[in-house]
Design a binder for this molecule. Structure first.
Ligand code: NAP
Length: 233
């Protein structure tokens, strides 16, 4: 049994991760906003909830104490550097050897070698602009949060999600180092499987200090890669 902290546990991705960690027999500490605690009612008595904003350093310090792993849902809400504050608090307060696994989208690039479609670039530019104007979110906040994670010497993994869809699990997603690699072309992953990849990363040392970009294992591009790895890239 391991002790796992899930930061942002009340969201869709977070709840999948809570369920999967409990199924594995982990002890779970969940962090979510006070108003969202009722969303975790289904897990009452089986998890410990630390209510509060995920960028509240006191909340994170309390929640990650003694945890072997921390799963962090990074979402750039508002214009107060919410993601950056969340990531920094986890980097500062997690146990020295803890596995830290962060979620984000394909738009985050670790080394600038990702190749993006025009559509994705358009979505990031226009979506980012609208978010900033309406003050609902700032995509650059997630970029800065990940930059800090990439620069740290911690045992981190940043899991870069494709577009997401709901539905039954199809199995552990496949991944590649760079967006634009043919295996990722289908650009869709079941949300439950995104969670599965995050949880599995806790035990996968090959993913330490890596930023895998993922895609569903049953998507056409993933299957093409399995059939003809060389041709598919
Ligand atoms: N959606 C996509 O298509 C997509 C694609 C690729 C990658 N991703 C990545 O996947 C992760 C989660 O995605 P998701 O779509 O599944 O979302 P989600 O799990 O529903 O997570 C949303 C999170 O944001 C929190 N939140 C919502 N409104 C907030 C506010 N105003 N202030 C502070 N926190 C707020 C939620 O907490 P409450 O429960 O308290 O509201 C929840 O923890 C993110 O890291 C995202 O970058 C998503």
């Amino acid at each position: 049994m391991k002790k796992i902290c899930i930061v942002g546990a009340s969201g869709k991705l977070g709840q999948y991760m809570v369920r999967q960690c409990l199924e594995r027999g982990d002890e779970v500490v969940a962090v979510c906003r006070e108003r969202s605690v009722p969303k975790l009612a289904a897990f009452e008595g089986r998890i410990r909830v630390v209510p509060g904003a995920t960028d509240n350093r006191d909340v994170i310090r309390e929640a990650v104490a003694g945890c072997d792993g921390v799963l962090v849902v990074l979402v750039p809400w508002g214009v107060q550097q919410y993601s950056t504050g969340t990531a920094q608090a986890v980097l500062d307060y997690a146990e020295p050897d803890a596995r830290l696994v962060f979620s984000c989208g394909w738009h985050i690039s670790r080394d600038g070698k990702d190749v993006y479609s025009r559509l994705l670039r358009f979505q990031v530019v226009v979506g980012g602009w609208i978010g900033r104007v309406l003050r609902v979110g700032d995509v650059n906040d997630q970029v800065e949060a990940c930059r800090r994670v990439f620069a740290s010497h911690r045992r981190w993994t940043v899991v870069r999600g494709s577009d997401l869809e709901e539905g039954e699990s199809q199995g552990l997603p496949v991944w590649s180092h760079h967006v634009g690699d043919p295996i990722l072309a289908s650009n869709v992953t079941r949300r439950v499987d995104y969670a599965r990849f995050m949880v599995a990363a806790l035990e996968n040392d090959e993913l330490i200090q890596q930023a895998p970009a993922i895609v569903g294992c049953q998507t056409p591009s993933a299957l093409a890669h399995l059939r003809e790895p060389a041709a598919a890239g």
